[in-house]
Structures are given as C-alpha cells and as structure tokens.
Design a binder for this molecule. Sequence first.
Ligand code: 5GP
Length: 180
Amino acid sequence: MKEHHPGTAITPLISVNEIASRIKEIGKTISEGYAETTQDSPLLLVVVLKGAFIFAADLLRSITIPCTIDFVHASSYGSKKTSSGIVAIRHNLAITGRHILIVEDIIDTGLTIQQITAELIAMKPASLGICTLLDKPDTRKYPVDITYTGFTVPNTFIVGYGIDYNELYREIPFLGVLLS
Ligand code: 5GP
C-alpha cells in the first residue's frame, strides 16, 4: 500500500523487478523479430494513452533497432471500472507504409484494441503488430491477435505502473490489484 493513498488496499501482483526483466526480454524479442523488416524504415511504436505511457517509455529503451514513437488517445465512456462499449479514439498519425507496433496497457474484452486496429489498418501500414503489457484472456469478447504479451493476468482490477483508477495510482511503480 502506498502511504499517500491512505485507506486504499492495493495488493501487489507483479513487482518492479519482474516488470523490468520481462520488458528486457520483450525488447530483445521485438528487436530480433523486426531486425530485417525495418532495415529501410524504422519501426513505429504507436502508444495507447494514457495507460501505456510508462510501459512504452521502458519498452522503447529496451529496443535495440531504429524505432520512432507516436501516440493514440483512447478512452471509453461509462463508469470507471467497466466499459460502456463505446471507445473514443483520437490521433494524428501518419502510418502508411510503416511497420507499426501498437503498445497497449491491458487487453480485457478486446474492444479498444479491435477498434484501434481497424482504424490503423485502414491507413495501410506495411505491417501491424500488437504488444500489450497485460492480457486478461478470461474476459475476452472480441478476438484479438496479440503479438507480444508481458503478463497474462486474472480478471481483477489492476492499477499502477501507469495504469489508473479515476486518474489515480499511475505513479505506483509496481502492478497491483485494487480492492474496492
Ligand atoms: P477492453 O476494451 O479490452 O475491454 O479494455 C481495455 C481498456 O480497459 C484498457 O486499456 C484499460 O484502460 C481498461 N481496463 C481493462 N482492465 C483494466 C484493469 O484491470 N484496470 C484498469 N485500471 N483499467 C482496465
């Protein structure tokens, strides 16, 4: 529990060290996987804001091939712990002909990533991959073809390491379960 969140119970799930070593591994796999395809044009990381911003900052620094970064903002309407099924997506991307890797915090029902993917594919990238820090396969409703996964987690509500509840808890360095 964080001292400046008095009365809030956050049960640690994935530690700072576990996050760091897994991201090192993923960065190596991505670097090897894209080494050939990105010889002419660098890999483009498309980071889904806000939740993936800390993950993306660490992932970028674990990648050893030329790569650039841009952002898409996604937010779902409705109450804060459940999705309403309506996702608002905002971006200013130029991705035609680029090899892109979407960087997401959590894939839950799959709705958000499915909508982002559909929008980006319409812009004709050379290829499109998906890298998520957390995958919750038990709650999937919309099929998603994930290329790289950090951790597979159960159906609990997770905060920390950039991931919020009502905009709070992003600064917590580990991933934990928020008990209500
Ligand atoms: P989906 O569209 O796949 O159902 O949901 C994806 C989005 O819902 C994530 O990017 C995240 O913003 C939010 N979300 C899903 N599960 C959790 C969770 O356990 N904790 C938090 N804070 N957000 C979640």
